[in-house]
Ligand binder design. Structure first.
Ligand code: LLP
Length: 426
């Protein structure tokens, strides 16, 4: 359930009409709904209510500080994967002791800063990282709470590019090597080895791989405890799938029940890292039709949003529902078309072979389920300014990231002295 609905023939974000918003901020733009963010957070929270657990929202999904502050207000912590993400979480008012630092390639500087800031746990993914973390702990005079991310070698049955729990994926430490990693960590100064972490992939629409992976995790906790480790903490990762089109995603309740069945009796504090499940359906990308081009083989609806704004369709063959902002008549005859951007690549499309009502220049479209991995993955390819982000709350809205300008981009660049006519080009 989301709060993007038609009212009086116009698509609204909560109480705000999207055609008026498009007039005010220009297109394309991202629009997020506070009520939807809050609802999804609470649904997940209820699903894990019976467990001793906390939520560290995976901010990579949507890291605008206004989105983070909205979730932070509800009690969310943050899962961060870079020094930059950590600064965002802190800037949004999420306390350091609710921040988990994950990631396969953290640098010494990032770990140093994370320890100095006081993050709660570091999820370590390799032997060399243990050494770097120990050195950072010594240098900062802090003790690092460590969970080691294990790779359970389970196929999450999701898209190839977002599958992370198989041996051929770069993530985590192979389960067969992980016992040695704990032994190594125990020898190093500055580390408090107290947890096990796991994340097998994203957009999982089947609970079976989770069950398999979490069961392996539970078994491994037994091994570690027999080795004398006091394992008090499990990081369950994220990855719960959502509905983009006609897929059927497991309910958070079913997920919570499965977690209870697999690791619920271990007496550990659990951390969950949902990203997409919280923000995915809480956002849309609003784009305007530039014009429609009738080809011999295809009809192309060329819009002002493109792969630089939303890369998911071309990168993951992802399906995003598209609806006109003006509600179509019930009996309107649908036409098949590709919805494409202006970028000079055939890979620049938002949807292919989509049935939509007849469209013309100036019409507005909403690309749904764009609140996760949308704006955060945008680029300025073709010198297209990053689209603004708008947060709606009831009847109110605020621009939470302004549109870049071409001048912003030019200002980042410099001519070297030998090309700068002002300083005497050769
Ligand atoms: N925890 C870790 C360690 C992760 O790597 C991820 C996502 C999450 C949590 C959150 O997963 P979620 O609940 O959002 O599925 N750009 C891709 C998704 C990449 C996911 C990367 N890791 C997409 O657009 O589908």
């Amino acid at each position: 359930m989301d709060h993007f609905q038609y009212r009086d023939g116009k698509l609204h974000a909560e109480g705000v009409a999207l055609d008026a918003l498009a007039q005010a901020v220009g297109t394309p733009f991202y629009c997020y709904s506070t009520a939807t963010l809050e609802r999804h957070y609470k649904v997940f929270e209820e699903a894990i209510a019976g467990l001793n657990a906390g939520i560290c929202y995976a901010i990579k999904a949507n890291s605008n500080i206004a989105v983070l502050a909205t979730l932070g207000r509800l009690g969310a912590g943050a899962d961060v994967v870079s020094g930059g993400e950590m600064e965002r979480a802190l800037a949004a008012g999420i306390a350091a002791d609710k921040i988990v630092f994950s990631g396969v390639g953290k640098t010494g500087d990032e770990l140093h800063r994370a320890l100095a800031a006081g993050v709660t746990h570091i999820n370590v993914e390799s032997f060399p990282e243990l050494d770097i973390l120990s050195a950072a702990a010594e240098a900062t005079g802090r003790t690092a709470n460590v969970a080691i991310r294990i790779n359970p070698d389970v196929d999450a049955k999701t898209h190839e590019k977002i599958s992370t729990g198989r041996q051929e994926d770069k993530f985590g430490i192979d389960l067969a090597l992980a016992r040695d990693a704990y032994a190594r960590a125990a020898e190093l100064p500055g580390l408090n080895v107290c947890g096990v972490a796991m994340h097998i992939g994203s957009q999982l629409t089947d609970l079976t791989p989770y069950r398999e992976a979490y069961s392996r995790m539970a078994e491994f906790v037994g091994v570690l405890r027999a080795d004398g480790f006091d394992i008090t903490h499990l990081d369950m990762g994220g990855g719960l799938g959502i509905t983009y089109g006609d897929e059927v995603a497991p309910t958070p309740e079913a997920y919570g029940t499965m977690v209870a069945e697999t690791v619920g009796n271990l007496g550990c504090r659990l951390t969950f890292e949902p990203g997409r499940m919280i923000s995915g359906n809480a956002g849309i990308l609003v784009t305007r039709v530039i014009f429609v081009k009738e080809g011999l083989a295809k009809r192309f609806c060329i819009v002002d949003g493109a792969m630089n704004d939303l890369i998911r369709p071309t990168l993951y063959s992802a399906h995003h529902e598209i609806v006109p902002v003006s509600e179509p008549e019930n009996d309107v005859e649908l036409l098949e078309m590709d919805v494409v951007g202006p970028i000079c690549e055939s890979g620049d499309f938002i949807a292919k072979d989509r049935a939509l009502p007849p469209l013309g220049s100036g019409d507005l479209l909403a690309v749904r389920t764009a609140g996760a991995y949308g704006a955060v993955m945008a680029s300025t390819y073709n010198t297209r300014p990053l689209a603004p982000e708008v947060l709606v709350d009831g009847e109110d809205y605020a621009v939470i990231r302004r549109r870049f300008t071409v001048q912003d981009m030019l200002d980042l660049e410099t001519l070297p002295p030998w090309l700068d006519s002002g300083t005497g080009a050769r």
